[in-house]
Design a protein around this ligand. Sequence first.
Ligand SMILES: [Zn+2]
Length: 394
Amino acid sequence: MANLRVTNIGAIVSGDIAAPLAEGDTVAVRDGLIAYVGAAQGAPPESAHEVVIDAAGATVMPGLIDNHVHPVIGDFSPRQRVLDFIESCLHGGVTSMISAGEPHLPGRPRDRVGTKALAILAAKAFANARPGGVKTIAGAVILERGLTEADFDEMAEAGVELVGEIGLSAVCTPEEAAPMVRWAQARGMRVAMHTGGVSIPGSNAIRADLVIAIRPDVASHVNGGPTRLPLADVERILDETECFVEIVQCGNTLAAQEVARLVAAKGMESRLILGTDMPSGTGVIPLGMLRTIAWVSSLGGIDPAQAVAMATGNTARLHGLNRGGVAAGREADLIVADAPIGSAASTALETLAIGDTPAVAAVIVDGVVKAGTSRNTPPAQRKVSVPGFAGGGH
Ligand SMILES: [Zn+2]
């Protein structure tokens, strides 16, 4: 199992929205889990076969968790005919993805047995395959007419943990959807619900009234997917439900700014999560998570370390994942990030605050380095040294 150490860290972003920075300059990993976060002097002794990354003053943060992805099977999207988009997102700092449904399957079955089968297949297939190393939780069942409570037992037993966006199918009224949502939630499934305008032909416009009546766990892309929800509706969802609200990259930029400011004004930062909503009609954006964090920080006025927590720890809390944090005991999914060459900023957090995209210098999953210098971000200002990977800074 993987042993790793990151030394000479300039700043540690914790992923915890309540305490978004951690003290120290060293992170040590034992057997794929974070064993130590703190000063070099107090770190455990070096172990055999330990990989040592010299961060050279760069920033360590949790690997990003994209809460809104539409995978199908494997690392291929029929929606935009692209290969290896998940692996490309790894180079944008993403180490986990959460499916919001697999509606892009050509010929997607719309009957009870078919939608159940698709969810089970996607859940099981992605449990066995991590494209590029990215932990992908998929098999988000799309609610179709005729699903019974026993079907939810069967799906939960088979590893289905998610309900895909309500609004992608015909089941979107409180009368039809709410009983299924209660069955899903009783079995620990997390339920996403499309909000805003119609995204793809056959889907439905959804406003606050429906969210309040159906009570999902996530009001998906309240900044639009791609057409935004009115801000007053977002406020009603925050006030009248307990669900998370989500900002995505493939949405409305102005709405992202307004929602971030609204959430901060209400002191509800712990309920905001981030995603991309790709592949979609808007495209495939491998740097989408970093860009969305930069929007929330630079336009929305959110502290950049808190904005990172919205893309890591908040999402992990929603899904009950032992990741998304730089703290002892967590799965060692980490990135080393920095200000890119040419930016007016000099650290990764300053970069986000001014709206630039940070440089990713290393991506680590379960303590194993999956990428060194990113092929997608600009290069780092600092010469981060990653054994076994060429590049490093300039
Ligand atoms: Zn949607």
